[in-house]
Design a protein around this ligand. Sequence first.
Ligand code: TYD
Length: 209
Amino acid sequence: MRGLFITLEGGDGAGKSTQIRNTEEFFARRGLTVTHTREPGGTRVSEKLRAILLDAENKEMHAVTEMLIYAAARAQHVREVVEPALERGEIVICDRFVDSSIAYQAFGRELGDMVAEVNRYATGGLKPDLTIWLDIDPETGRARATHDKDPDRLEQESTAFHTRVREGYASIAKAEPERFKRIDATGTVDEIRDEIYRFLEELCKARGL
Ligand code: TYD
């Protein structure tokens, strides 16, 4: 049987890493094999592209260039890691996916519809079975974020940019309510985990897992 593809989305300070660990644990406890990966990255080539994307020195990078590099990293990642794991029947948990490009590049950078179009080629049409969006307003998120490194190129963007990113996620939530679930990330870690677990249980039930 084909596996499940689950993605997590959310801005700075939303607590995504902690909840990714909780999501992994949910499936591990059921004895299922989990592949945990991330975007941009997840393969040797894609991690090289990630370094270019996040390097704060690459200030002159054009929005279209940026969008294409995210898509290029994704094209490699889908074919080398995600699809093979799904074919082996594994649970793939991915930190960010196409929805990040819709939020950051289509809305944040205001590139519009071309982003979805390019990403259809990049992914070969692959869509997550479930996406969890940890929603937090950008100011609160930034204040909560603990950085052990200097802010990367995207983190350095303005509040206006991050507000557009949030609007992008909100528009996906409206368009695809079955797949794309919003969770208020101002709750406690345990509250958020419980909400995620409810969505995961629903999904498992629907898939007979
Ligand atoms: P990362 O350090 O993984 O961010 P976070 O810890 O917030 O998940 O860096 C990824 C950055 O790249 C993040 O700011 C979001 C951005 N991004 C895009 O702009 N487009 C994309 O398609 C993806 C996958 C990420």
